[in-house]
Design a protein around this ligand. Structure first.
Ligand code: GLY
Length: 414
């Protein structure tokens, strides 16, 4: 009887909470997607004037800055339109989403770097998910084939960049792998599912295992760049390109890892990957240097004793340790919503953090005003402080993961 009463009280209070919260949550979602629809409508008007340039960021004069279709960020704009269409059902947004997706088709044969997963899964992947058009599936499978040409069996990884010149000086490496590469694996799992060919999935799992072994430190923070010897698979260097120092925790790199290992767990149900995703998330969330709004500084260790930028890093003279990275926050929020669903009652910590981050980003400190910020949604991201570019700017991929996090928040009926 006692336990029955307790159970009833628990159920009653959960119902009360969920009824009380629901209008707030749905109003929050409605406000953010209706803002996205207006802001992106403005951005399409600007972008359509030169539709060979894919929106990426804002220049110093406040104008939209785009890239060509072979840049790693080319697929996010289409993805932003797809997520906004999914919620709003705006046919005008869908028309733009189709246009900015289909113009990327030649990328399916591209294998000049590893980022085709970002470029094509965020554009064509969402297009296929929402339209089920068979031709989009074929484009994705061809892209997965192109990506697999960069896999090396001796190393057990997909090569990220064709080479990497160390920020320390002249050393040059020819098989660099960056933690970001975990984000390309979702495309390979997809390709195996739709073709029945295990090869793609096997490559993804091997890449994740090698990354788990060589990219993660004992505290589950991540190195950014690991360089390999292709003759024997040995690690030649563990460095950074976009973080503060080789041994620091670059915020966005950590976010890519949390997200990537969560996906690999989803697709394999192998607990090693879940544990890795969770520990990487703990290292991010429990860090004493994470601000109360949970939007991280661009590097958790910038300016700290024991962390030294390399000689060629602009962070050496100007660490800009106070700058936040909204993109890292958005990626983390989206990843944590998914991670929370795999952890039973332990998932609450991650769900609550994801929700808090989302509300921080949607607040005045990060969400732009209508038709400002070159019509991107979020302000205050960081591209690369060591290279001195995209310092405290909007970034199209911050918007992408913000919209994805909103969509995941919407889908989680809590
Ligand atoms: N994938 C490149 C970056 O995160 O800046």
């Amino acid at each position: 009887m006692k336990s029955f009463l307790l159970t009833t009280a628990f159920i009653t209070s959960s119902i009360t909470i969920s009824y009380a919260q629901q209008p707030t949550k749905s109003a929050f979602l409605k406000d953010n997607f209706s803002f996205a629809e207006k802001q992106l409508t403005g951005l399409t008007t600007i972008a359509d004037k030169n539709d060979t340039l894919y929106p990426r960021t804002m220049d110093k004069a406040g104008n939209m800055k785009g890239t060509n279709k072979y840049d790693w960020t080319s697929g996010f704009f289409a993805g932003n339109l797809w997520y906004t269409y999914e919620y709003t059902k705006s046919e005008a947004i869908k028309k733009e989403a189709l246009k900015w997706t289909e113009s990327l088709e030649p990328v399916k044969y591209f294998h000049g770097h590893h980022d085709v997963g970002f470029m094509m899964y965020c554009s064509y992947g969402n297009a296929y998910r929402l339209t089920k058009k068979a031709a989009y599936k074929d484009v994705l499978v061809q892209t997965a084939k192109s990506l697999c040409t960069r896999f090396n069996t001796t190393v057990g990884c997909i090569k990220s960049w064709n080479d990497f010149r160390s920020m320390h000086g002249n050393a040059k490496y020819y098989f660099p792998v960056i933690i970001d590469n975990m984000m390309n694996l979702e495309l390979l799992f997809f390709a195996s599912k739709v073709t029945g060919d295990k090869t793609y999935k096997d490559i993804a799992i091997r890449h994740a295992e090698t990354t788990m072994k060589n990219h993660l430190r004992k505290d589950y923070s991540s190195y950014h760049v690991v360089c390999y010897d292709t003759t024997n698979g040995k690690v030649l260097a563990q460095e950074t390109a976009q973080g503060y120092s080789d041994n620091s925790m670059w915020a966005r790199g950590q976010s890519w890892g949390i997200y990537g290992f969560t996906v690999v767990y989803r697709e394999t149900k192998d607990k090693r990957f879940l544990e890795t995703a969770r520990k990487m998330a703990d290292t991010f969330l429990d860090n004493a240097n994470l601000p109360a709004d949970k939007v991280p500084y661009w590097d958790f260790n910038a300016g700290q004793v024991g962390y030294e930028p390399s000689v060629n890093s602009k962070a050496k003279t100007n660490p800009l340790a106070h700058l936040r990275d909204a993109s890292a926050a958005a990626i983390t929020s989206s990843a944590l919503f998914e991670l929370s669903t795999y952890l039973g009652k332990d998932g609450k910590k991650y769900y609550d953090a994801a929700e808090l981050i989302l509300h921080s980003l949607a607040g005045d400190a990060y969400r732009a005003k209508l038709n400002e910020n070159a019509n991107f949604i979020l302000m205050h991201s960081v591209g690369s402080i060591p290279h001195g570019f995209e310092v405290d700017t909007p970034l199209v991929y911050a918007d992408y993961y913000f919209l994805e996090a909103l969509q995941r928040y919407n889908n989680l009926k809590k």
